[in-house]
Write a protein that binds this ligand. Structure first.
Ligand SMILES: O=C(O)CCC(=O)C(=O)O
Ligand SMILES: [Fe+2]
Length: 328
């Protein structure tokens, strides 16, 4: 996995500057501009690497940043995943939004985290066994984040990137985040399986939040779609977290082979996110997953800040809901 660590002095200086930003929960656009200026002062080589990550087809699908500055203090981790807006400093959010702007535009979706632009990935007891970011007691299967769409294609108006910025780790350090690059996946799979994964013989379930909030918990299935698409040297991969069905026995077998290959340590990258670590994830070039871990639901649990990022908002304008950056 491509890694980049800030040196201590740089991290400290940035932390001091970020302590003074406005609350992004109150003045989102103003805070974006404040952190934009702070991030513009990063060394040219750091900016170049991060900007290349989001712009070029040949760039890697995942990148880990380390030694990012931290808030001097943090409130307890919310047990319901709801925003905690009364805080003295917003260093974590500043890191998240500074990096977000180097990749693209932060976006929200009404069917995911109520359209919020800053998401919390925290274990929620009622969702412990779900295939969602609220879960903890079940392995969150390899997937990319998708968004329900009337067209029946759920990987079309979904984020191009997501960022996971850790502000609190799980107590036992058990929670692992995995990433599999579709290029590595295709190299590791037999050609016949890749060929089947390229056929439109799969249905994807809409995300669990959509099912819960809009379909009384029932599964909502996509049109028949392929899992792999695009040129062999830069494939796009699409897998729903909340369920995938192969329409034929051959499709079902190919799907099982894909999951088994993702589980292979020679194929996946993995990281136990710790405070100050940020994972930049390309949501088209690869799949991510999360291990099982043991939360306490007492304010001490794992807490990641997340953004959804698009390179292009124009293509999504028909999904606009009249609020800047928020889409249906
Ligand atoms: O908790 C994690 O490490 C990943 C969760 C996830 O899949 C997501 O937030 O999209
Ligand atoms: Fe995810």
């Amino acid at each position: 996995m491509k890694q980049l660590a800030l040196d201590d002095k740089l991290s400290k200086d940035m932390g001091l500057k970020l302590r003074s930003i406005h609350s992004p929960y109150e003045t989102f656009e103003d805070s974006l501009v404040q952190v934009y200026k702070i991030f513009a002062e990063l060394p040219a080589s750091v900016l170049k690497d991060i900007m290349a990550f989001s712009r070029f087809p040949e760039s890697p699908g995942v990148m880990l940043l380390e030694n990012m500055p931290q808030d001097p203090e943090l409130p307890p981790t919310p047990t319901d995943g709801a925003p905690v807006t009364r805080r003295n400093t917003f260093v974590g959010e500043g890191i998240l939004l500074g990096l977000t702007q180097l990749l693209g535009e932060p976006v929200g979706f009404t069917s995911e985290k109520s359209g919020n632009l800053i998401h919390y990935v925290t274990p929620v007891e009622s969702g412990s066994y779900t295939q969602s970011n609220q879960g903890s007691k079940v392995f969150l299967n390899y997937h990319n984040d998708s968004i329900h769409d009337e067209s029946g294609f759920f990987h079309r108006f979904n984020p191009d990137f997501l960022i996971l910025h850790c502000i609190r780790a799980d107590k036992d350090g058990q929670a692992l985040t995995y990433y599999v690059d579709a290029r590595d996946l295709c190299r590791a799979l037999p050609d016949s399986v890749v060929e089947t994964l390229r056929q439109p013989v799969f249905r994807m379930a809409a995300p669990s939040t959509y099912s819960r909030e809009r379909a009384k918990g029932g599964q909502v299935w996509s049109n028949l779609v392929p899992i792999l698409s695009g040129p062999a040297e830069s494939p796009e991969v699409s897998i729903a977290a909340n369920g995938v069905k192969g329409e034929t026995p051959e499709a079902q077998q190919a799907l099982e082979k894909l999951h088994a290959t993702c589980d292979d340590e020679k194929v996946h990258n993995k990281v136990a996110l710790k405070p100050g670590m940020t994972l930049l994830i390309n949501n088209r070039k690869g799949l991510h997953a999360r291990s099982v871990f043991e939360p306490a639901f007492d304010g001490s649990d794992r807490w990641l800040l997340r953004t959804y990022i698009r390179r292009n908002l124009w293509e999504m304008r028909h999904r606009s809901v009249g609020k800047q950056r928020v889409f249906a």
